[in-house]
Design a protein around this ligand. Structure first.
Ligand SMILES: Nc1ncnc2c1ncn2[C@@H]1O[C@H](COP(=O)(O)OP(=O)(O)O)[C@@H](O)[C@H]1O
Ligand SMILES: [Mg+2]
Length: 261
C-alpha cells in the first residue's frame, strides 16, 4: 500500500488551471520535498490531498483510501506556513497548544486523559522543546513555535505529515535545524513526510524524493539521482544554484551519508 497515490489529478480556480493531469506515488516512509516557483500550485496540491479542496478530475488515495472517503484524519498531520504567527500576549502555554488534540478526543467536558502530561512531554521531547512547557507560545521564536506545532501533530501519532513552507519567516539556522528534525522523525518514527519548501539545498540533502511543480508540469525525481542545475532551471524557468549543505548541526548524519553516496 502507498502512503499517497495521485492519478490524473486536475484542478482549476474558477477556470484558471493550476494542476493538469498530474500523477505520482509516495511510498510509506518517504521524505518528499515539494518544490517549484511561487504560484505553481504547491499549496493547492497539499490542500487537495487534505480534502480541503475538491479536484476537478482524477483520484487521490491516502493510506489506500480515497481521500473523499478517508476518515482517519488523526493519522495525517498538517503544519501550515502561518502556524508561527502568535503575538507575544497570546494566552496559551506550549503545553496547552500541544495537548489540545488530546482534549478534543474526550468530548464536551474537555477532561484530560490520565496520560496527558506524559504524552505532551514525550511529544515535546521529540522536538527538543520539553523545557518550554509552561512558556507562553507567543514568547518563543518562530523556529521554536514551529517545533511546538510539529509536537502538536506528533501527539496523534501520525503516519503522514504535511508541511507547507514551515520555515517561512524563520532564520537560516533554525530552518536547517527544522529540516534535520523532520529527517529524524522520518527515520526514527517512520513518519512519511511531505514538505513544501523553497530551500532546495536543504531539501535535496534530506528528502529521498522531490515532487517538482513548474514549467514542466509535475515531475517526480529521486534525490538519489543528481539534482542538476539544468533540471532546476527547467522547473523554475531560471537558474537556481545549489550550494553545499553540510548540515553541521544535524543529529542525523548517517542518513545524509547514505543519500550522498
Ligand atoms: N483561493 C484561490 N482563488 C483563486 N486563485 C487561487 C487561490 N489560491 C491560489 N490561487 C492561484 O493558484 C495558483 C497556485 O497557487 P498556490 O497553490 O498557492 O501556489 P504555490 O503554493 O506554489 O505558491 C496561483 O496562481 C494562485 O494565484
Ligand atoms: Mg504556497
Amino acid at each position: 500500500m502507498y502512503a499517497i497515490e495521485v492519478q490524473n489529478l486536475s484542478f482549476s480556480y474558477k477556470g484558471n488551471p493550476v494542476l493538469k493531469d498530474v500523477s505520482f506515488k509516495v511510498d510509506k516512509g518517504d521524505f518528499v520535498g515539494v518544490i517549484g516557483p511561487n504560484g505553481s500550485g504547491k499549496s493547492t496540491l497539499v490542500k487537495l490531498l487534505l480534502n480541503i479542496l475538491t479536484p476537478e478530475k482524477g483520484q487521490m488515495k491516502i493510506l489506500g483510501e480515497d481521500v473523499n472517503k478517508f476518515s482517519e484524519w488523526s493519522k495525517v498531520g498538517y503544519v501550515s506556513q502561518k502556524a508561527n504567527s502568535f503575538n507575544g500576549d497570546f494566552p496559551a502555554t506550549v503545553k496547552e497548544i500541544v495537548g489540545i488534540n488530546l482534549l478534543a478526543h474526550t468530548g464536551i467536558f474537555k477532561r484530560k486523559p490520565a496520560d496527558y502530561d506524559e504524552r505532551v512531554y514525550a511529544a515535546l521531547k521529540n522536538v527538543g522543546m520539553q523545557d518550554y512547557q509552561n512558556k507562553l507560545i507567543g514568547k518563543l521564536s518562530g523556529g521554536q513555535q514551529q517545533r511546538v506545532f510539529i509536537a502538536r501533530v506528533l501527539i496523534s501519532e501520525p503516519e503522514i505529515m504535511f508541511l507547507d513552507e514551515p520555515t517561512v519567516g524563520i532564520d537560516a539556522k533554525s530552518e536547517e535545524a527544522l529540516h534535520c528534525l523532520l529527517a529524524r522523525l522520518n527515520e526514527q518514527l517512520g513518519i512519511t513526510v511531505v514538505m513544501v519548501t523553497h530551500d532546495i539545498t536543504a531539501i535535496t540533502a534530506h528528502a529521498n524524493k522531490l515532487v517538482c511543480l513548474g514549467e514542466e508540469g509535475l515531475v517526480v525525481h529521486d534525490v538519489g539521482d543528481a539534482v542538476t542545475d539544468e533540471f532546476l532551471t527547467k522547473i523554475y524557468g531560471h537558474s537556481v544554484k545549489i550550494h553545499n549543505h553540510d548540515c553541521l548541526n544535524c543529529e542525523h548524519m548517517e542518513r545524509l551519508k547514505v543519500l550522498s553516496k
